[in-house]
Design a protein around this ligand. Sequence first.
Ligand code: ZN
Length: 270
Amino acid sequence: MIKKIIILLSLLPTAIYANDLSLYGIFNQGGIVIGNHPNAKKVTFENRELKLSDEGYFLFGFSRKFKNNSSVKVELKSGELIEKSFKINERTYEIEVLKGLPSKMVTPNAEQLEKIREDRATLSYAIRSNSEVSIFPKNFIRPLDGRTSGLYGSERILNGQKRNPHGGWDIAAPVGTPIKATAGGKILLAQKGFYYTGNVVIIGHGYDLKSMYIHMDKINVKKGDIIKQGDVIGTVGMTGRTLGPHLHWNVYWQNIKIDPELLMKVNVEN
Ligand SMILES: [Zn+2]
């Protein structure tokens, strides 16, 4: 019981203010932070320069096993340097045991492995591609209502074999349920028939933030489309490796998977 309370408390959004520097977000492994300084000229996090909006907004995220301490460095137009240090809370992840998957979905043969390799190259190219969007994404909506059927970060045992940790948030809903874009952006990929992920849409929201929608049935958008928050990009399906209809939702900052549930908790004050 005590353990549960601590986990809940550490999931509460935090706001940090210092010298006109504001940081909003979840300082947890898998979390995402949106920052602002009206006079920022250059911002760096973990030696990476962040994209900066005209109003001085930027964002960065923490991987599943991110270290405990870090900082963000802001160089102002005046030349002054600000560094803000913070602690990142460690999380414990669930262990998910799934049984009864078709064996070709756990131990694919050589031909299937070749297809999987091609799929990975296509998907990672889209994840790494640039999407310049002028509007900074400050608030996000759930793509659909539904029961959580898989958590970010879980260790996975599929048919008794250890596999990669679960990188997204699974939301179960009937086939055909509309899926909405969590924020506006540009469609970087809208393609059917991936081996594990089935029918997939990837949206670039600018500022190195991307969202990816997996196991879809219908796809309503095409590569290059510009969409608004809430636009229906397609419907829930059960394509690829899945035991039932659900949306598997990934969120990336750069090429790092962050927790979509924590993205929902970011609350930027205007
Ligand atoms: Zn999933």
